[in-house]
Design a protein around this ligand. Structure first.
Ligand code: GLN
Length: 192
């Protein structure tokens, strides 16, 4: 099982570590289109979605990643990664990858609460509540028919899944709870 982490900006190495802890055999960082070859799954980390989107276009990564998603390769977008995957972004005319049928709202949790932690109950994650770290996080305003809502915080959707696509508005790589990374690796295994 070979998993890539998009490494243009943001919380890259934290994801690498979490994926390794969750049991991924091989984790590689991705900066160029040819490095996508042979990946069984790809993580799009948090950071700043406008910057990452620009770099993806510059490096020629947008179209090949869009194609991977369409072919069924599991993608896991966290925070800015969620925004990159959304097919609609509130207040913006265009999307980035636009592979997932969700409407994303950026920076939804207000300035004075730019970052916070909270306990979530996530569908498919057993056991104790999941401690989630939100940093200038987006939320999902609306989902299409094929999208399963996995978690909400204050009535706002903060995690969802559509077939091979998984998103979280928070940063699962910043805690040592790797259950969501395990969940993603299960998606990869089930596909193989
Ligand atoms: N607010 C950022 C954006 O709009 C996302 C923040 C994050 O990834 N921590 O891209």
């Amino acid at each position: 099982m070979k998993i890539g982490v998009l490494a243009l900006q943001g919380a890259v190495f934290e994801h690498v570590k979490s994926l390794q802890q969750a049991g991924a055999d091989q984790v590689v960082t991705i900066k160029r289109p040819d490095e996508l070859e042979g990946l069984d799954g790809l993580v799009l980390p948090g950071g700043e979605s406008t910057t990452i989107g620009k770099l993806m276009n510059q490096y020629g990564l947008m179209e090949p990643i869009r194609e991977m998603a369409k072919q069924g390769t599991p993608l896991f977008g966290t925070c800015a990664g969620l925004i990159l995957m959304a097919n609609r972004i509130e207040g913006q005319d265009s999307a980035h990858l636009g592979v997932m049928d969700i409407l994303a709202n950026r920076n939804s949790f207000g300035r004075q609460r730019e970052s916070f932690e909270t306990d979530l109950s996530i569908k498919g994650i057993e056991g104790e509540p999941y401690r989630a770290v939100f940093i200038r996080a987006p939320h999902i305003v609306d989902v299409g028919n094929g999208v399963e809502v996995l978690a909400k915080h204050q009535d706002r959707i903060v995690s969802a899944k559509q077939d091979n696509l998984l998103v979280a508005a928070f940063h699962p790589e910043l805690t040592d709870d790797v259950r969501l990374h395990e969940y993603f690796l299960d998606m990869v295994r089930n596909r193989k």
